[in-house]
Ligand binder design. Structure first.
Ligand SMILES: [Ca+2]
Length: 123
């Protein structure tokens, strides 16, 4: 029973590498959180009101893209529907009859059909 196994694992730094990976992923997720949360802070309130009103929760329109031109939502990148909605003091009903993106389909019809009311390429 004189077998001796070289402790190669120690030399390769097994636990050390895992530790570095753990720290790195923690840092990366912290950065991701810091970048994402401020831009999204104002929006979820209206998005949840939208979902509640139209029953769109979990669907395609349950998205920043409903009112913004990108997922990085800010008030500087509102799409035509978001602009109209803001201009109507955030009254959904007030903009239902409009065709904000000018594609010939009213906002309410687009919402019912599950297309973006602020994207003329989607109707
Ligand atoms: Ca439309």
């Amino acid at each position: 029973m004189g077998e001796r196994q070289p402790r190669a694992a120690g030399r390769l730094g097994g636990p050390g590498v895992l530790g570095v990976i753990a720290v790195l992923s923690a840092v990366i997720s912290a950065i991701g959180f810091a970048v994402v949360s401020p831009t999204a802070s104002s929006l979820p309130e209206y998005l949840s009101q939208f979902n509640e009103k139209y029953g769109t929760s979990g669907g395609k329109l349950d998205s920043c893209m409903t009112c913004h031109q990108s997922q990085a939502a800010s008030k500087d990148n509102l799409n035509p529907y978001g602009t109209d909605f803001g201009g109507a003091n955030h009254d959904f009903a007030a903009v239902e009859g409009k065709d904000s993106d000018g594609d010939g389909v009213t906002n309410l019809d687009e919402i019912k059909k599950g297309t973006f009311p602020g994207d003329p390429a989607d109707k």
